[in-house]
Write a protein that binds this ligand. Structure first.
Ligand SMILES: Cc1ncc(COP(=O)(O)O)c(C=O)c1O
Length: 377
């Protein structure tokens, strides 16, 4: 059997990784400024996580949600404390799309409504409901086209207010748009959206799948705006590569038993992986590191010739050039072994390194980027 081709792939196979570094099967070294779509939060093969997962694997890896799983309780408690949302409830699942799917379902169960407002350039995943609120017609199958979904412009409060009324079930918005090319909702816009949702009884779902877990210099990106969403979705950095995701549910939303469920969600191994991520984030002060190193990189690249605009919050950095960025990305990879991300904006490079990034690694990137830009003018 052959593989179904999903992505166009680089001709690289990684054999080993540690921190920001990776080595391919030929021994060539790389530096990960992408984290495999913002997944690697505490660095590859983090020793604390490897030890915790290994220990758990040797005790029990999996049993279903038909029994008590104390690791789930420990994870919920730690997450509530570190993310400053103690009073939320945690539903555990396996991927970002699944988290958004369940958040949208919960919203509709809660207020009985069906209309959803989403934003242009958004990405929320590829499952049925998640893809219907994603602004990319290429990945929306005819069966997923949903007349209940309306897209509006990010950071345009007037347009948003004109679109919403009492028939709207929920509004779904990324803490920072990632796949769309790092587009940041202003704090004023987030506050406005939150207030208008309350006025009309629509639930606010903030998708923190890419922007959460400390990446933007706060645990959640929406905390820069000081708002409290009704539902928050998490995945990617939550497991540092281990598939685990969740929905944080505000106290006034009371799901009934058996509305949601998952066979694999919240298993012992996944929870252990997720607990170790929180332990490392806390012990190593990774949220302030993300803010500090992120600011350094953004400020340093902003003044480089050929850079049109830098949009950034912590370690979610979009570097927009005047034209297609693919040559610059290729040179960074081939000459310096630096992995970067693309986005749906062809001119924008996405920089999403692990939050463990050091000053030396950040300086290496800036120097390599600067010299690559010199060669590409
Ligand atoms: C903001 C956001 N939401 C949801 C998803 C979907 O996550 P997953 O691929 O784990 O289903 C992604 C993936 O890129 C994302 O960036």
């Amino acid at each position: 059997m052959e593989l179904f081709d999903v992505y166009s792939r680089q001709h690289i196979e990684f054999a080993r990784a540690e921190g920001l570094k990776l080595w391919d099967t030929k021994g060539k070294e790389y530096l990960d400024f992408y984290g495999g779509h913002a997944v690697i939060s505490i660095g590859h093969t983090n020793p604390l996580q490897v030890a915790a997962i290994t220990k758990q694997l040797n005790s029990i890896a999996y049993y279903s949600n038909s029994v008590r799983i104390s690791q789930q309780e420990e994870l919920a408690k730690k997450l509530g404390t570190i993310a400053e949302c103690d009073d939320y409830k945690l539903f555990l699942c396996n991927s970002g799309a699944e988290a958004n799917e369940n958040a949208l379902k919960l919203a509709s169960f809660h207020n009985g409504r069906t209309k959803i407002i989403s934003f242009f350039k958004s990405f929320h995943g590829r499952t049925s409901l998640a893809v219907s609120v994603t602004d990319n017609p290429k990945i929306v199958a005819p069966i997923n086209r949903n007349a209940n979904v309306q897209f509006v412009e990010l950071n345009n409060l007037d347009e948003f207010e004109a679109a919403i009324d009492e028939s709207v079930c929920a509004v779904i918005i990324e803490g920072v748009q990632g796949v769309g090319g790092i587009n940041i909702p202003t704090p004023e816009f987030m506050q406005g959206v939150s207030a208008v949702c309350k006025k009309y009884g629509a639930l606010l779902i903030v998708d923190e799948v890419q922007s959460g877990y400390g990446r933007t210099g706060k645990f959640f990106a929406h905390q820069h705006a000081n708002i409290s969403p009704d539902l928050i979705t998490i995945a990617k950095g939550m497991g540092n590569g281990f598939p685990v995701a969740g929905v944080l549910i505000a106290p006034h939303i009371v799901p009934q038993m058996e509305m949601l469920g998952s066979t694999f969600g919240g298993n012992q191994l996944a929870c252990t992986a997720a607990i170790s991520v929180l332990d490392v984030i806390e012990q190593d002060n990774l949220i302030s590191n993300a803010a500090m190193v992120g600011d350094y990189i953004s400020n340093a690249v902003r003044s480089i010739d050929g850079v049109k605009e830098v949009r950034s919050l912590g370690l979610m950095i979009g570097i927009e050039l005047h034209d297609n960025c693919s040559n610059v990305k290729s040179e960074l990879l081939n000459r310096y072994g630096i992995l970067t991300g693309s986005s749906s904006n062809k001119n924008t490079i996405r920089i999403l390194p692990p939050l463990t990034i050091s000053n030396v690694e950040a300086e290496f990137f800036v120097a390599a980027f600067s010299s690559t830009m010199d060669n590409n003018q």
